[in-house]
Ligand binder design. Structure first.
Ligand code: ZN
Length: 264
């Protein structure tokens, strides 16, 4: 199964980047895909040369490297992986079905101590940014408060969108990916198609707690793909709680699985 980097994977890349805090960038490189949001690939090389990394951060699935100059952002798209070219980095983060190919290294940063931070991305959807616009993103899913969660589900008019579509909207909450979202709804017993306005305070509370528990539990297990409902994400999959045949549909643009018996 292909694994899309979700918030927990990007959080693990952020922790990897903690190892380069204090290091000085001697060279940056990016191909036309990785640099697609910049005027030219050379923009990246010019902007990063000589910067010192002062810290790391993350907003949703956007990784941030703080420097003594601009903030550098990296998005990982569908197949992006961040590697620090030490054995520990590759062993720790280069997961299963992907294989490493030099030609899939789209760019990265080289430090004064010769270490390199590399973006490896077969599908070419990862992007680097310089001083990314954080205003466009909602509060981060891993540190979301109940108040922020309620604000994210607020409806201006009508019934509002399906709760799943709203949770995937990065402008409302940054970092809820497809698998995390399905797992939280599964745990909360909520049908992903439910219009947000139909969720009363008790059900919103249940969903908030399920989302918190899901991010913590899956973080501990080691990734967004390790949810309780994952084994049932296939044709003919059965709910691990009650044995009901799982339903599937595209919601919020993503393939969604849910149990029609206990998710209502
Ligand atoms: Zn069920």
């Amino acid at each position: 199964m292909r694994r899309v980097p979700e918030i927990l994977e990007v959080e693990s890349y952020r922790r990897l980047c903690d190892q380069v805090v204090g290091a000085t960038i001697v060279r940056g490189f990016a191909d036309g895909y990785l640099a697609k949001k910049l005027p030219t690939p050379a923009t990246w090389a010019r902007a990063v040369k000589g910067l010192s990394v002062t810290g790391t951060d993350r907003r949703g699935k956007l990784l941030l490297l703080e420097t003594d100059g601009p903030t550098l952002g990296i998005r990982f798209g569908m197949t992006g992986v961040l590697l620090l070219d030490t054995e520990a980095g590759i062993e720790g983060l280069f997961y299963g079905p992907h294989s490493f190919k030099e030609e899939w290294v789209r760019g990265g940063l080289e430090f004064a101590d010769a270490r390199r931070l590399l973006v490896h991305d077969p599908r070419r959807l990862a992007r680097v940014e310089i001083d990314p616009d954080l205003e466009a993103l909602g509060p981060d899913a891993l540190t979301l408060t109940r108040r922020q969660f309620d604000a994210a589900l607020a409806v201006e008019r009508g019934e509002g969108p399906a709760v799943k579509a709203r949770l995937l909207d990065q402008a409302r909450v940054a970092g809820v990916g497809n698998l995390l979202c399905d797992e939280a709804l599964f745990r909360a017993g909520i049908d992903p198609r439910t219009p947000v306005s139909h969720l009363d305070d008790a059900r919103r509370g249940a969903l908030y707690r399920a989302l918190r528990a899901t991010t913590r539990t899956l973080g501990r297990r080691g990734g967004s793909h390790l949810g309780d409902h994952m084994a049932a994400r296939s044709r003919g999959g059965l709910c691990p709680l009650d044995g009901e045949a799982m339903a599937t549909a595209t919601i919020g643009g993503r393939t969604t699985y849910w149990c029609p018996r206990h998710q209502r």
